[in-house]
Write a protein that binds this ligand. Structure first.
Ligand SMILES: CCCCCCCCCC(=O)SCCNC(=O)CCNC(=O)[C@H](O)C(C)(C)COP(=O)(O)OP(=O)(O)OC[C@H]1O[C@@H](n2cnc3c(N)ncnc32)[C@H](O)[C@@H]1OP(=O)(O)O
Length: 232
C-alpha cells in the first residue's frame, strides 16, 4: 500500500495519501455524517440555480449560509485537500473526489458498481451541470467518463493516471438521469486502455476511449498502487 503524504522514497514525493485507520464504528458514523451534510449542500446548490425568490429571502438565505460555513470551519483538516485516506487493511476513502466524493457536493455523486467486465453508475445530472440550455455540459460528461473509465481500469487491476481521454459527443445529453459505464479493453505494460459511454433512456449520447498510465512514482514504489484495497 502507498505510504502517507510526503516523501515516497526513490526521491518521489506524492501528495494526497493519508494513513488514517478508522474503526468500523467510526467509519460508519463518519459516512452517515458526510452523506447527510453533502446531500443538504447539494440541495442548496440546486436551489441556488433554480430559485426565483425575492431579495429579502435571498438575504435571509445568505445569512444562514454564512453561519453554516462558519460552523463547518470551526475545525478543518490539516490539509488543503481531503486526499485518499486509507486504513492499513487497504480500504480507501476518496471522499473529496469531484465525481464520487461523498464529502464533495460538487460530485453528482456517482456511485460506482463493478462486475467482472464493467464498471457503471446510474445517477442524476441536474440543473447545476448545465451547458447548452437544458443539456449537460460537455466538460462534465468528460469528467464523468474520465472517472468511470479510470475506475474500470483500476478495478480490473490496471490503474493509472489519465494520459489521454478521447470523447465523441454523438448527440446532446438532456439534464436528468444518465448511466455511465466503462470497461478495461486491454493492458500494454504500464498502459491500460479503457472504453465507455454515457447513455440516457434514449440510448448512447457520448462515447470515450482512455489511456491510463501507471505513473512514474507508482512504478518507483514497486507498483504497490496495484495492490490497493476497495473503496469505502
Ligand atoms: C492512479 C489511480 C487512479 C484511480 C482512478 C482515477 C480516475 C480519475 C483519473 C484522473 O482524473 S487522473 C488526473 C488527470 N491526469 C493527469 O493529471 C495526468 C498528468 N500526467 C502525468 O502524470 C504523466 O504525464 C503520466 C503519468 C500520464 C505519464 O508520465 P510518466 O512519466 O509515467 O510517463 P513516461 O514519460 O515514463 O512514458 C511512459 C509511456 O507512456 C506514454 N505516455 C506518456 N504520456 C502519455 C499521454 N499523455 N498519453 C498517452 N501516452 C502517454 C509514453 O509515450 C510512454 O510510452 P512507451 O512506454 O510506449 O514509450
Amino acid at each position: 500500500m502507498v505510504a502517507a503524504d510526503g516523501d515516497r522514497g526513490a526521491g518521489v514525493t506524492v501528495r494526497g495519501y493519508f494513513n488514517e485507520d478508522l474503526s468500523p464504528a467510526e467509519l460508519e458514523h463518519r459516512t452517515r455524517v458526510a452523506d447527510d451534510l453533502t446531500a443538504d449542500v447539494r440541495r442548496l446548490v440546486s436551489a441556488t440555480v433554480l430559485t426565483d425568490t425575492d431579495d429579502d429571502s435571498v438575504a435571509e438565505a445568505r445569512r444562514h449560509i454564512a453561519a453554516a460555513t462558519a460552523a463547518l470551519q470551526r475545525r478543518t483538516l490539516d490539509s488543503d485537500h481531503f486526499g485518499i485516506r486509507y486504513n492499513s487493511d487497504g480500504s480507501r476513502r476518496h471522499w473529496g473526489n469531484a465525481m464520487v466524493g461523498r464529502r464533495n457536493p460538487i460530485a453528482p455523486p456517482m456511485v460506482l458498481h463493478h462486475d467482472a467486465e464493467r464498471t457503471w453508475a446510474e445517477f442524476e445530472l441536474g440543473a447545476q451541470y448545465e451547458g447548452p440550455g437544458g443539456l449537460v455540459h460537455g466538460g462534465v460528461l468528460a469528467c464523468v467518463l474520465d472517472q468511470v473509465l479510470g475506475s474500470a481500469a483500476e478495478h480490473a487491476g490496471a490503474p493509472g493516471m489519465t494520459g489521454t481521454l478521447t470523447i465523441r459527443y454523438r448527440r446532446a445529453t438532456p439534464l436528468g438521469p444518465v448511466r455511465a459505464e466503462g470497461r478495461l479493453d486491454r493492458v500494454e505494460g504500464i498502459k491500460s486502455y479503457a472504453t465507455g459511454s454515457v447513455s440516457t433512456a434514449d440510448g448512447v449520447t457520448v462515447e470515450a476511449e482512455g489511456v491510463f498510465i501507471l505513473p512514474r512514482w507508482a512504478r518507483a514504489a514497486d507498483g504497490d498502487i496495484r495492490t490497493a484495497g476497495g473503496d469505502a
